[in-house]
Design a protein around this ligand. Sequence first.
Ligand SMILES: NC(=O)C1=CN([C@@H]2O[C@H](COP(=O)(O)OP(=O)(O)OC[C@H]3O[C@@H](n4cnc5c(N)ncnc54)[C@H](O)[C@@H]3O)[C@@H](O)[C@H]2O)C=CC1
Ligand SMILES: O=C([O-])CC(=O)C(=O)O
Length: 389
Amino acid sequence: MEQGGDAAARRMGRIASHLRPPPASQMEEVSLLRGSNCRAKGAAPGFKVAILGASGGIGQPLALLMKMNPLVSLLHLYDVVNTPGVTADISHMNTGAVVRGFLGQPQLENALTGMDLVIIPAGIPRKPGMTRDDLFKINAGIVRTLCEGVAKFCPKAIVNVISNPVNSTVPIAAEVFKKAGTYDPKRLLGVTTLDVVRANTFVVCTLTEFGICIITILTFTGTISKIYYLLCLQGEVLGLDPRDVNVPVIGGHAGVTILPLLSQVNPPCSFTSEEISYLTTHIQNGGTEVVEAKAGAGSATLSMAYAAAKFADACLRGLHGDAGVVECSYVASQVTELPFFASKVRLGRCGIEEILSLGPLNEFERAGLEKAKKELAESIQKGVAFINK
Ligand SMILES: NC(=O)C1=CN([C@@H]2O[C@H](COP(=O)(O)OP(=O)(O)OC[C@H]3O[C@@H](n4cnc5c(N)ncnc54)[C@H](O)[C@@H]3O)[C@@H](O)[C@H]2O)C=CC1
Ligand SMILES: O=C([O-])CC(=O)C(=O)O
C-alpha cells in the first residue's frame, strides 16, 4: 500500500514537472529571442512580467489582474515590503502564470533578469492639497534606482512607468537608460491610460445625462415623435457601453497637460461648448477628485490597476504580433517640438512601432495644447536635470 506522503510527493513531482524549464531545444529559442530586439514571428505566448512596487495600492490589484492575463507565463512581484504575503496570496489563483516574490534591493537582480515587460508603480501617492509634482522629490530617486536595475538586468524589456509625476519620471528613466547605453525610445512608455479610461466613462455619463434630459423634456411636451426619440436614445445614447467609446487623450499626465480630444471621440459624438468645458475639466481633475475623496488614504489604485493592466495587455499583444494595437501613451515623440508627449501609439513586436499624428484639432483643443506644452516643457526639463545634475 502506498504511504500518503509518497502519493503526495508523486503528485507534487507531477505538478513540478509542469514548472520545469523547457527542454534544451526550446531554451535555445527562448535565449535567441531574448538576444534579439524584437519577438520572433509566431513565437508562443507566455511573457515574463515584473511589477516593481507590487505590494502597494496599485501593485496588489495589478498583480491580481496580470495573474489572470493568459499572455503572462511568469509574474515577478518586487517591492521593499510585504512581497512574501502578496506573492503567497496571488499564487493560489488557479491561472496559468507562475508567481514569484522578491523583497528588497538585493533581490532586484533576480526580480528583473529575463523579463519582457517591467511595470513600475513604485513610489508615494498624493495626499489632498498636493500636486503630482510634489511627489518628485521622493519618486524621482525611486524611479532612478529601479531603472538602473532595468538597464543592468533586463535592458531589452519594455518599461511601463506609472509612478508620478509621469511627466518627469519618464524623462528620468530615459536619461538613466541613456547613461547606461541601453536607451531604446520604442521600449519606454509612460502610462496615461487612466486618463483615457476616465474620459471614456465621463463621456458616456454625459451623453446618458443628456439622453435623460431629452426624455424628460419630451415627456412634458408630449410630442408625437416622443416614441421615436425614446427608441433612438435607448439604442444610440443610453445603450452606449464605455468600453466601445474611445477618447484620445494627449499631452501628459497632470492637470492642464491632460488634453482630451473630444472632437475625435469614436464613435463620433457632438457636445455643446458647455459640455466640452465641463468634460475637459472633469477629466483633468479625475485624479484630484479621487485623492480628495480618499481624504489622505492615497490616490486612485483600483481604477489605475485596471488601466495599467489594460495597457500592459496592449503591450503584450503588440509583442505577440497582434495587429492594430493602438493606445495613448506618454513617450519620446516628434509630434510636437517637445521631446516627450502623450498621443496614440501603435504597439508591436519591438514596442512602439508608430506614433500616430494628432489629427485635426479645433480651436479649444489648440489653445489647450499650448497650455499643456508650457507645463510639460518644465516637467521634462526637471526630470532631465535630476539625472544630469
Ligand atoms: N500614471 C498614473 O495614471 C497613476 C499613477 N499613480 C502613481 O503610482 C504610484 C504608486 O501609487 P500607490 O500604489 O497608490 O502607492 P502605495 O504607496 O500604495 O504603493 C507604492 C508601493 O511602492 C513601494 N516602493 C517604495 N519604494 C520602492 C522601491 N524603491 N522599490 C520598490 N518598491 C518601492 C512601496 O513599498 C509601496 O508598496 C504613485 O506615485 C502614484 O502617484 C497613481 C495613480 C495613477
Ligand atoms: O492623482 C493622482 O495623484 C494619481 C493619478 O495620477 C491619477 O489618479 O490620475
